[in-house]
Design a protein around this ligand. Sequence first.
Ligand SMILES: CC(C)(COP(=O)([O-])OP(=O)([O-])OC[C@H]1O[C@@H](n2cnc3c(N)ncnc32)[C@H](O)[C@@H]1OP(=O)([O-])[O-])[C@@H](O)C(=O)NCCC(=O)NCCSC(=O)C[C@@](C)(O)CC(=O)[O-]
Length: 434
Amino acid sequence: MVVAKTLNKFSRRRSFLALTSVPAMSTFEEPLGSNNLLTIGLDTEQSFSFGAFTGRVNKRAGSFSNEGGSGYSFRSENEQNVRKALLWGRQANPRVFGTISDASYTPHCYYSSHCNYNPARDVKHKFFGTIPEYVKIVEVGPRDGLQNEKEIVPTSVKVELIKMLVSSGLPIVEATSFVSPKWVPQLADAKDVIKAIQSIGGARFPVLTPNLKGFEAAIAAGAKEVAIFAAASESFSRSNINCSIEDSLARYRDVALAARNLSIPVRGYISCVVGCPVEGAVPPTKVAYVAEELLNMGCSEISLGDTIGVGTPGTISPMLEAVMDVVPVEKLAVHFHDTYAQALSNILVSLQMGISTVDSSVSGLGGCPYAKGASGNVATEDVVYMLNGLGVKTNVDLRKLMLAGDFICKNLGRPSGSKVSIALCRITANASKL
Ligand SMILES: CC(C)(COP(=O)([O-])OP(=O)([O-])OC[C@H]1O[C@@H](n2cnc3c(N)ncnc32)[C@H](O)[C@@H]1OP(=O)([O-])[O-])[C@@H](O)C(=O)NCCC(=O)NCCSC(=O)C[C@@](C)(O)CC(=O)[O-]
């Protein structure tokens, strides 16, 4: 009810960007949007290749035979059978925690379809017409994702991860934090990380700075953007940064002023925007208060963090509504942890309310050291998949992103926290058995 009311209000108040065109599904890892389901089978010829094997699709059986010997690819005149073989074949197969390699998960593995007439567009417009055409994804894996890791991740691995994330098309990769190494030992190499990524072009690399000391160290190392992090809960503020909300805002005013003098953009975070591990529910008015303070001190963007992942669309939407009364929607970002599997629903409702910046972490890495029980951030792969399904542009290449996820998961010795990544690895493994 609250959500519906909120959305109606937004529909009336804002001139939303309509999704006038739906991009053709160009790769088989793309989700099936409603438009595709209704227009399946429109193509005349499809091809699918995996390295060096060539086979032919048996239309009736939905399988294919090797015809090229040395090759590994197949071509079909009938999209429907290929799609069935690839997309539904996974259901019959056992659970596979496949790993991705350049050879098996290859850029030249493709599957195309073109939709000429799309009767689903009206439906899409009705329910999703308020969603922005482009969403900026802020990748927080190297910072939020790793800060809680017990085993120290080598600097070289962090740097390689950042490179891979940038090469997937992510425009912003939060690289590290200039915080006390006694508090967050994992990020004690912040200076080295920033120095090592200086030559990487094509993305921005903000870093967290809790005070002037951190800010000065970050700038000296070569950081060109910083983020400050307040909380909407008094208890969390004290456990995270060892001071009250008011004291933190005073510190951050100093940081923001120093940043302005150097023309350094400052992002502001607010943690515990709907719930706090100590205090429980957090009222939207408190979040709005901190957001306004951060805006007034000069933050160019304010990221609203559901640190312990307890929010649902029912609590996220009134919180957003309160914040939007004091901060322009284009300056807001959402930052959801997925503890209760609510993150994608919360992102969807945020997009419907006009938010166009979403934080996420590759492979769902993460958790705050000062929020007991908080699990990882929403996985970037899952966010990209959902946005692809909605026809929203991100400019992120899902395959390259999955390679980055695979790289860091192997280094951490654990499976991916991205459901999309796990599912697509299964498809790849199945396809390679065909
Ligand atoms: C904020 C402080 C520094 C206060 O820490 P403190 O102990 O209150 O500070 P202090 O001023 O008393 O200094 C104590 C020692 O720390 C040093 N120090 C002081 N500042 C720095 C600095 N910048 N860099 C390096 N060293 C520093 C300082 O020099 C001194 O060293 P000593 O004399 O004992 O050798 C500390 O509490 C801290 O570092 N906390 C880390 C908090 C953190 O990183 N939390 C995780 C990130 S926030 C988050 O994850 C939430 C978010 C953003 O993702 C959104 C969401 O999910 O909701």
